[in-house]
Design a protein. Structure first.
Length: 202
């Protein structure tokens, strides 16, 4: 039984390694994913929900939803959560983020996306490398900067842990929202509220 588990773990690790995104591939891979996503958005025969599901399948492997969820909740709330609450929260966060993305697809009005540059920075304490992929969402009257922030996951390679749209961070915005909720409600109540919202939007 132990040998079977070892083989299974090796197989799973090998599979995840096949999809590991290397630093030099980020620009090319993200350009292809963004182009493919825009192509789907333009398909008039699909509903917004169908478009969203297809796009999520394309971008899923480059997002670290777990890290995004942990950063949004904060260490204190995470540590105080029960095992069941942690599982429910992680699932609810991911579904909520995806639903929010699908909901915003209706705002697309034939804008174009241009990949600008790839920049490396290092964290002050641990000196770990972080990468920012800068892009522009070009509309008829306005151009918005969209920055994708990557960190290197041990098994998955470079993955996205935050997106900054026109100077607004998804993680910072969500963290403020959750922090405000937790001042008024318990963690259990907040998780239940997110789950209820997901059922309505699902």
């Amino acid at each position: 039984m132990k040998n079977i588990l070892k083989i299974l773990l090796v197989a799973l690790f090998s599979m995840s390694s096949l999809f590991a995104l290397e630093k030099e591939e980020i620009k090319t891979v993200m350009t292809k994913k963004i182009d493919a996503s825009i192509s789907i958005i333009k398909q008039k025969n699909l509903t917004t929900q169908e478009k969203g599901q297809k796009i999520i399948k394309i971008i899923d492997e480059v997002f670290d939803y777990r890290k995004m969820a942990l950063l949004s909740l904060g260490r204190d709330a995470w540590v105080s959560a029960t095992k069941e609450q942690k599982i429910r929260y992680l699932k609810a966060f991911e579904i909520n983020l995806k639903n929010s993305y699908i909901d915003k697809l209706s705002l697309y009005t034939d804008q174009k996306v241009k990949i600008i540059d790839l920049e490396s920075t290092f964290t002050q304490k641990s000196k770990k490398e972080r990468i920012q992929l800068t892009s522009e969402l070009i509309g008829q009257s306005k151009t918005y900067k969209v920055n994708y922030l990557f960190y290197k996951n041990k098994t998955r390679g470079w993955v996205i842990w935050d997106i900054n749209l026109a100077g607004t961070s998804i993680i910072t915005t969500t963290r403020k929202q959750y922090s405000g909720l937790l001042k008024q409600k318990s963690l259990e109540e907040m998780i239940s509220e997110i789950e209820a919202k997901n059922k309505i939007n699902g």
